[in-house]
Design a protein around this ligand. Structure first.
Ligand code: SAH
Length: 209
């Protein structure tokens, strides 16, 4: 088995079953998103350092988040915490038009250059994603790739009716991947299981240093 095939079988074993999501994860070249010194681990199921104290998310977490977004072709999706751009690329490979927001300029610039070189339909913007991207809202789906201390209400308000927000929520030492769905103005949340992410830092999140 190739490294990529092994990654896919671990994703299936970890609970990712949607065919479009698995094809997207099979198609996106993760080796293009990891720093050269970690190339050998590009398809291992680990978060890896990408500089600035941040990490490219673990493939299984990206799979679970993107599956939970229930993306349809042409959906407008917001990715909070661009990092390397990997999760945004997987969302675009599922057929979404993606806006991705990152707070660290060096990461935003590198990800924008990488995503455009690889031909993904992703617009990277610099800013505090804990407040969303109000001028681009409403979104069909919003994914947060960093752990929030509470439900980011500004993000939930930027969903259109039927929209989905997937966010890791911390309480104490525990992080729980959570999906909020809006239907007819009502919010419903589902727990999707434990997870581990770097903190979301911003006005409606953790304080930065
Ligand atoms: N999903 C990304 C990795 C995410 S790591 C990937 O696949 O590579 C989380 C990222 O969120 C980091 O780059 C961090 O700088 C960013 N981040 C943290 N708080 C943020 C905020 N309020 N707004 C935007 N980006 C944020």
């Amino acid at each position: 088995m190739t490294d990529r095939e092994e990654m896919l079988s671990r994703l299936r074993a970890g609970g990712v079953h949607d065919r479009a999501v698995l094809s997207a994860l099979a198609a996106v070249p993760r080796q293009e998103f990891v720093p050269p010194e970690h190339l050998a681990d590009a398809y291992s199921d680990r978060a890896l350092p990408i500089g600035e104290g941040q990490t490219i998310s673990q493939p299984l977490m990206v799979g679970l988040i993107v599956e939970a977004l229930l993306l349809k072709e042409g959906d407008l999706a917001l990715d909070v915490g661009t990092g390397s751009g990997y999760q945004a690329a997987v969302m675009a490979a599922c057929g979404a038009r993606v806006v991705s927001i990152e707070r660290i300029p060096a990461l935003a610039d590198a990800a924008a250059a990488r995503l455009s070189a690889l031909g993904y339909d992703v617009e990277v913007i610099l800013g505090d994603g804990s407040l969303g991207a109000p001028d681009r809202a409403p979104f069909d789906a919003i994914a947060v790739g960093a752990a929030a201390p509470r439900m980011p209400v500004a993000l939930a308000r930027q969903l259109r009716d039927g929209g989905r927000l997937v966010v890791p929520l911390s309480s104490g030492d525990i992080e729980e991947l959570t999906r909020l769905t809006v239907t007819g103005g009502r919010w419903r949340t589902d727990s999707l299981g434990p997870c581990s992410f770097v903190p979301l830092i911003g006005a409606d999140a953790y304080e930065g240093s």
